[in-house]
Ligand binder design. Structure first.
Ligand code: NAD
Length: 285
């Protein structure tokens, strides 16, 4: 078998068209565009790249982007007061905070300092609770991007053997809930699965495989089950090239669908962020 490419860009374009229509409807009702506040602390070249792509995407969708750049030295209490001011600002529809934060700010406290109604990344405990019950309004962007890619294959996930490798709060855990919601039989592998040498065994029976670890070549192409749908979330820089976690060439001989890296999940995440912004603007209306 030779896999079909599961590309993020064309799908992102399609979803952007839907978002544009929603923004136009919102504007017609409220006279206002949705507003995303993007908050950055200090300088970080990687963050600059991400902000640029957010600003570009927001402009395409007629969403207003307000970039707030705060001093690297801002004390934690002042930072939280600043977030409170965004939470109570009537014009601001949603808030995004760029990670990583300086060491003196406890990033574990951040999600609960953003209003659950302005939660662009879907990480507020209340929204994660709704995700647990299958009633999420805001879905974490990377996990949502993976689900959109899977949906675009047209394959019914019900009863499928799905294996997620990686159990982070932003990708693996929310994704496992979303897959369960679709009645996929979902297994989650993580570092301890790797320590026992069992990751390969789980992957070999995966009809749907999603890998989000951040280690190039972790998943060997020969482990992929014939006909599997394969989504590689990993981003690794190897010899000046960006590669995923899965051996692409070998895996694509066996998979039915496979994401390229770059060009798979990545192009969708900012679009998913904007979808949450529009959802927030709708809620506030
Ligand atoms: P993380 O570091 O928070 O989590 C890594 C996960 O991998 C953990 O759950 C850990 O238990 C697991 N793990 C580590 N070694 C393992 C092994 N040998 N076998 C099995 N599991 C193992 O990472 P994250 O934030 O979820 O990101 C994962 C990767 O996805 C990174 O490369 C990151 O850059 C990428 N990423 C990409 C996008 C995108 O837009 N494409 C978005 C988010 C993250």
């Amino acid at each position: 078998m030779s896999a079909k490419l599961l590309e993020g860009k064309p799908l992102a374009l399609k979803i952007k068209e839907e978002i544009k229509k929603e923004v136009a409807q919102l504007k017609a009702k409220s006279g206002q565009r949705p507003v995303l506040a993007g908050v950055q602390i200090g300088d970080n070249p990687a963050a600059e790249v991400y902000f640029k792509s957010q600003i570009k995407c927001a402009a395409e969708l007629d969403i207003e982007y307000r970039h707030h750049k705060l001093s690297q030295e801002i004390p934690q209490d002042k930072f939280f007061s600043f977030l409170d001011s965004l939470n109570s600002d009537k014009d601001t529809s949603a808030v995004f905070i760029q990670m990583p934060l300086p060491g003196h700010i406890d990033s574990r406290l951040i999600p609960r300092h953003i209003s659950p109604f302005k939660d662009a990344e879907g990480m507020h405990p209340e929204n994660l609770g709704k995700l647990f019950f299958g009633r999420a309004k805001f879905i974490p962007c990377t996990a949502n991007s993976v689900m959109e890619l899977l949906r675009s294959t047209g394959v019914n996930l019900r009863g499928k053997e799905a294996v997620v490798v990686g159990h982070s709060e932003i990708v693996g855990k929310p994704l496992s809930l979303l897959l369960l919601e679709q009645f996929a039989t979902t297994t989650v592998c993580h570092i301890a699965t790797g320590e026992r040498g069992l990751t390969q065994e789980h992957i070999k029976r995966a009809e749907v495989l999603v890998v989000a670890v951040g280690r190039a070549g972790l998943v060997k192409g020969e482990w992929i089950k014939e006909g599997a749908i394969v989504v590689d979330v990993g981003i690794n820089r190897v010899n000046e090239r960006i590669v995923g976690d899965i051996e692409f060439e070998e895996a694509s001989k066996r998979a039915s669908w496979i994401t390229p890296v770059p060009g798979g999940v990545g192009p969708l995440t900012v679009t998913m962020l904007m979808r949450n912004v529009v959802e927030a603007a709708k809620l506030q209306l």
